[in-house]
Design a protein around this ligand. Structure first.
Ligand code: GLU
Length: 255
């Protein structure tokens, strides 16, 4: 299987913005093991701005563009240092790819990206992708990594996109405010009711939320790619995905 795994800032970092070492170590170990079992792995990782905030000891996530871009420059560097170090421990090779919305929209740039990805996968590397936050202004950005990971999954014709989040999946209502909200285990169609059940952005350090996850699901489903939302608190949950366990929410791609 070719699997794209997207991990969000709230999964990778503590609320301080500093790295959640135990979690990232477990994530790299599990992904390495799944790769050893013969699968291809692409990692879409957020965390550049969040980790930059932590490393620079800023009191909160900045709002202005130059500060966000500068924080991302610091955080992306630390992020790749960590992935390179941890994947190397399991004898795997990480490769950094930074993208903007323009790279996805422009035909020639998109083709170059897809060709590079296929070559990296052929060589057995683990592409680690993020938005190129140091140059991506609002006009040219994809804007969030849920959407970016769906565009990547469709581009490389992945079998599955897994969004590792701080929530167990899609619920019938916001589970933080509705105690009776139920987890939806399978979605075959994005109905207006489902779309209205999705709220806004989730954490102080990341950008995504259920709304961006559902637009990612739409992109995947239309292209015939399955997508799952899972809780990334314990990355070993990915073994369950490989074993076909009924966990999280699975969006079924149209064939
Ligand atoms: N590219 C952003 C970062 O690395 C995150 C975007 C997102 O969380 O959706 O900080």
């Amino acid at each position: 299987m070719r699997i794209v795994v997207k991990v969000g800032t709230s999964t990778l970092t503590h609320s301080t913005g500093r790295l959640n070492i135990r979690r990232v170590e477990e994530l790299c170990k599990v992904l390495s093991d799944i790769k050893n079992a013969g699968h291809e792995i692409v990692l879409v990782s957020s965390g550049a701005i969040g980790m930059g905030v932590g490393k620079l000891k800023l009191r909160e996530r900045p709002q202005d563009m130059p500060s966000k871009q500068a924080a991302a420059a610091v955080g992306q560097c630390e992020l790749m240092y960590v992935y390179d170090k941890l994947f190397s421990e399991y004898n795997h090779t990480a490769a950094q790819i930074l993208l903007t919305g323009e790279d996805m929209r422009d035909e020639a740039r998109h083709r170059n990206f897809a060709n590079t990805m296929l070559r990296l996968l052929h060589w057995g590397a683990i592409p680690v992708i993020n938005e190129n936050d140091t140059v991506a202004t609002d006009e040219i950005a994809v804007g969030d990594n849920d959407t970016l990971s769906a565009l990547v999954a469709v581009s490389v014709k992945a079998d599955l996109l897994v969004l590792l989040s701080d929530i167990n999946g899609l619920y019938t209502a916001d589970p933080h405010t509705h105690k009776d909200a139920l987890l939806i285990d399978e979605v075959r169609e994005l109905t207006p009711e489902l779309l209205s059940a999705a709220g806004g952005s989730g954490s102080a350090l990341g950008t995504g939320g259920m709304a961006t996850k559902l637009s990612a699901a739409r992109l995947c489903m239309e292209a015939g790619t399955d997508m799952m939302i899972l809780n990334g608190a314990q990355p070993a949950i990915l073994y369950g995905v490989m074993d076909g366990a009924k966990i999280g929410t699975r969006f079924i791609g149209r064939c």
